[in-house]
Design a protein around this ligand. Sequence first.
Ligand code: AMP
Ligand code: ZN
Length: 310
Amino acid sequence: MEQCSRCKTTEKPLFRLKITGRLICPSCFIKYYEKKVKNTVLKYGMLKDVRKLALAVSGGKDSLALARVFLEAFPKIKFTIIHLNLGIPNYSDECQGVVERFCRENSIELILYDLKNRNGYSIYDFVDGPFSKRLCGVCGIVKRYLMNKIAFENGFDTLATGHNLDDTVEVLFNLYINGRIDEVARIRPVLSSVNPRIVKKIKPLIEMTDEEDLYYVISRKIDYASSECPLVKGSRMIKRKKLILKIEEEIPHFKYLLLKTHIKRFLPILEEYVPPPSLRECEKCGMPSVDLICSFCKLSSRIERLVESN
Ligand code: AMP
Ligand code: ZN
């Protein structure tokens, strides 16, 4: 008879974790998951010297798992949630609703930023036209810029995101095969601040898989936006994630090994040879930028013109 490998209960549901191959019941899984995240946070000193912490929560399974695990594993650490409404029809409102409810039920302060209201355009405005082939990249630029700016302007010194092992390995895979060394050097569990206007970023779920995050929200009965972003369908990012899962079937622990090798073997070398980017103030917004105008402002002015002309 099938039973939990830890407490031996035969009660259903039981999850079979790909990472261990063993069956586990929800209550044993919750303990396993929270302990593993806590160990990651402590191992990389993610909460060292934190004064004011914000969590970027999208409403998807990963970042809601992150918020809940912080409430459970670090009950003394107060945090605020930042949510961006990206203006993707139906999907973004569902995400916002889920985040608002989570904050209300857990008495967590929420900073809500509505892209369309604040900037006059939404991610949906990029669907047709010159950016249609690289929507995920565009959305990434907007999210990274705004999350940092909101955190900075509200006095936060640390911003936690829900990037997990699958996300990180997919990004690493892409950056390595394209030889984007500067960006490879920035993929790390803790990204320290290199400028007073750049907030430190931490990734407490960097060792957790998509599957583990999913089982955690199911076990903890957390309401999350289960629909996938409609704009991501068929994207190269999804294709790469699927390919990596196939590799993992043939090479057990491939994802974790790649991450570990990256952190332990490559990052120390990259740190020595890849200097941190030299930054100046963006002429438009004043935020740190490599070029005269930052990539967010470049993108914004192009899309503003497109929206106006329609
Ligand atoms: P993604 O880039 O969609 O894979 O998301 C990576 C992480 O960025 C999530 O786990 C969240 O922490 C954060 N994030 C993504 N989208 C949003 C959003 N709309 N609002 C707040 N945080 C977000
Ligand atoms: Zn700018």
